[in-house]
Design a binder for this molecule. Structure first.
Ligand SMILES: N[C@@H](CCC(=O)N[C@@H](CS)C(=O)NCC(=O)O)C(=O)O
Length: 420
């Protein structure tokens, strides 16, 4: 069929950019599927359409083009009188439009692609999201300092957890300001009162009440601020913990947050022999602990292996698995979104013991936790997490498994359902 042809993949954002323009213009076209997982875009005949081996490529009769934004420009101009108007007359309007397009191409697209890759596609490919990359890219999108946007997120979470704190702080501040102003007005008369003499007012009592009030209110204000700071530090720790990676018995790497509501991780941190002994002892209570959703997470101090998780980016990644065994991205969307199936599959992969993936990160988190709890960093400790991933309790040394079997409700127990 002559006419308009788009050579691309339905899940490719660059291909979609062209399809949107065609739809805006109400044009008939054919989408010729280029199978990225088979590397069709890196072979002939596709390379003769785009020597850079990227989709989409385009054809309108015998006019051929590649680069999605150039294609959309062509569509907008060539079919100016069809469908929706995509051009704006006048040099200034066109310059503003061009500015928007440059921003999309150079400021937005790279960030959005990285975020999409980190947060959506990596999960499809069994890789783990790197929270540091996500934070960094999100900050770039917001045009703010990384620190600022992270802090703003924390503040929001903190406000959700303590909804009236902002109001209380305002209240304390407003009242101390009022008392301060009133004291200020009283001062000249107060000096007169202190000097005494005829007509001197009796203001000492009033001033004392005002000053006392200010002290109390400011103390409350400072206390609230301190509480908020502490809570933000705690939220940061919870957030970091939820992103720590683990390898399951099936070799799958997950972040702790993915095991939410499924297991109660018990972190055993200490010297190699101590941790090994605790693991052995746990084996004797295996059935009981499994019924309670316990997943052992051993962390041996100083054991920093280089993470084996291979990171690859982009559709054209050279990894063997990406090239040979992955289903097409379109199909993958359908299958993987069936989260119920995925969740139950995950459950079957969790078998009592796991292995930490970036021991250095785990160690850092445990040491921070130890400092917060007033324990000497580097001591042997165990930390029991709740089903929602937050710390349930921790203790020095290694756990008494018999006691833990008694303490934790079985997974099908109503108490476990209430554990939030
Ligand atoms: N600047 C190009 C970028 C095209 C592009 O990156 N396409 C991706 C799919 S969204 C692709 O083909 N990637 C394969 C690869 O990089 O090997 C355009 O806008 O057309």
């Amino acid at each position: 069929m002559a006419g308009i042809k788009v050579f691309g993949h339905p899940a490719s954002t660059a291909t979609r950019r062209v399809l949107i323009a065609l739809q805006e213009k109400d044009l008939d076209f054919e989408l010729v599927h280029v199978e990225l997982k088979d590397g069709e875009h890196k072979k002939q005949p596709f390379l003769s359409r785009n020597p850079f081996g990227k989709v989409p490529a385009f054809e309108d009769g015998d006019f051929k083009l590649f680069e999605s934004r150039a294609i959309t420009q062509y569509i907008a101009h060539e079919y100016a009188d069809k469908g929706n108007q995509l051009l704006s007359p006048g040099s200034k309007n066109m310059a503003i439009l061009a500015m928007g397009m440059e921003i999309e191409a150079h400021e937005f697209d790279s960030v959005a692609s990285k975020l999409g890759w980190e947060q959506i596609f990596e999960n499809f490919f069994g890789l783990t999201t790197d929270p540091a990359v996500v934070k960094e890219e999100e900050a770039r999108l917001g045009g703010e300092d990384i620190g600022d946007s992270f802090r703003r997120d924390l503040k929001l979470i903190s406000e959700v957890r303590a909804p009236f704190r902002g109001f209380r702080k305002f209240f304390y501040f407003a009242f101390s300001a009022a008392a301060g102003i009133s004291t200020l007005f009283t001062i000249p008369r107060l000096i007169q009162a202190v000097r005494g003499g005829d007509g001197a007012p009796d203001l000492l009592g009033n001033a004392a009440i005002n000053i006392g009030g200010i002290v109390v209110l400011l103390a409350l204000f400072i206390w609230e601020n301190k509480k908020e700071e502490e809570q933000m530090v705690q939220i940061t720790r919870d957030e970091t913990l939820s992103r720590l990676p683990l390898r399951l018995s099936t070799n799958r790497v997950v972040e702790l947050v993915q095991l939410r509501d499924t297991v109660r991780p018990v972190i055993l941190a200490g010297k190699k022999e101590t941790v090994a002994l605790a693991m052995q002892k746990a084996d004797r209570f295996r059935t009981e602990l499994l019924r309670r959703g316990v997943l052992l997470v051993p962390v041996v101090w100083g054991e920093r292996k280089t993470p084996e998780v291979e990171k690859k980016r982009g559709f054209g990644a050279s990894s063997k698995t990406a090239a040979t065994s992955l289903p097409s991205i379109g199909e993958d969307f359908d299958t993987r979104t069936q989260s119920v199936v995925a969740q139950s599959k995950l459950k079957s992969e969790i078998r009592f013991k796991s292995e930490v993936v970036s021991p250095g990160e785990w160690e850092r988190w445990i040491r921070d936790q130890q400092i917060a709890e007033g324990v000497v960093p580097g001591e042997d400790v165990y930390i029991i997490l709740r089903l929602d991933g937050r710390v349930r309790r921790s203790g020095k040394g290694m756990p008494d498994w018999a006691e833990i079997s008694k303490e934790l409700p079985p997974m099908n127990d109503v108490l476990s359902k209430l554990e939030r």
